[in-house]
Design a protein around this ligand. Structure first.
Ligand code: PGA
Length: 259
């Protein structure tokens, strides 16, 4: 078995779950499990109000902290928003941008997502950009058109160097929180397509270094199917990331062998 050259990454997306007081016990449990575990990159993306607690508990460890959203505006009069340089100043490394819940429930379109990506990268953050088709779009056979539009518009205006801090997550909307995953072949087909879109725009070196995750009902039981695929470099986990044991099991699985 040959290992992929890209470092696997497993990111947990807590969404609007758990409480600030639960961050420390979660973090301590996860760190006890993951002690001495450096091969894969682990990221825990928590609600804004839990970021300080998460940064504190994971300080000095290999586990990175991420936010789940960022304002499309720089600092200014935007009551209730949090901007990229505030996240960066706090010590946050990653931010998820364009999650399908934000696209559908909060009307984020590809233009707003591109603005957020650019501001986040300018501030020095790493971004996890989510793309994915709905069930209707898959049935209408426009999956690849949708993915192409989302990927190209998210990356508009960036240069190849900026892509070192970009991770894509392919999350078919119909697989998120439903218990229905894409098959590993379906996921690989789209992840390889995403790499191809990036290759056409930025060249082979950038595309080969790009990490692409699968997300949507990933569990410790099914994670391995995805990690075995050549273009899948890890996972974005919702439900299963709320349990440190499940999250760690998925992290362990992500050694990402290629045979
Ligand atoms: P899920 O969520 O693992 O609960 O399906 C994935 C996500 O929304 O990132």
């Amino acid at each position: 078995m040959k290992k992929k050259s890209r470092r696997p990454i497993v990111a947990g997306n807590w969404k609007m779950n758990l409480l600030p007081s639960q961050v420390r016990p979660f973090g301590e449990e996860l760190m006890a499990l993951a002690a001495g575990f450096h091969r894969q990159e682990a990221v825990v993306c928590v609600p804004f109000v839990m970021l300080p607690a998460a940064l504190k508990v994971f300080e000095g460890s290999d586990i990175s902290v991420g936010a789940q959203n960022v304002s499309e505006n720089p600092r200014g009069a935007f009551t209730g928003e949090v901007c990229a340089d505030q996240l960066r100043d706090l010590g946050v490394k990653y931010v998820i941008i364009g999650h399908s819940e934000r696209r559908t429930l909060f009307d984020e379109d590809d233009i707003r997502i591109n603005t957020k990506v650019r501001l986040a990268l300018d501030a020095g953050l790493h971004v996890i950009i989510c793309v994915g088709e709905t069930a209707e779009q898959r049935n209408m056979d426009v999956t690849f058109e949708v993915i192409m539009l989302q990927v190209k518009s998210a990356l508009y205006g960036l240069d190849g160097d900026a892509l070192k801090r970009v991770v894509f997550a392919y999350e078919p909307v119909w697989a998120i929180g439903t218990g229905v995953t894409a098959t590993s072949d379906q996921a690989e087909e789209v992840c390889s397509f995403i790499r191809g879109v990036v290759r056409a725009k930025f060249g082979a070196r950038v595309a080969n270094g790009l990490r692409i995750l699968y997300g949507g009902s990933v569990t410790p039981e099914n994670a391995d199917d995805f990690f075995l695929m050549p273009d899948i470099d890890g996972a974005l986990i919702g439900g299963a990331s709320l349990d440190p044991h499940k999250f760690f099991s998925i992290l362990e699985e992500s050694e990402n062998n290629e045979d």
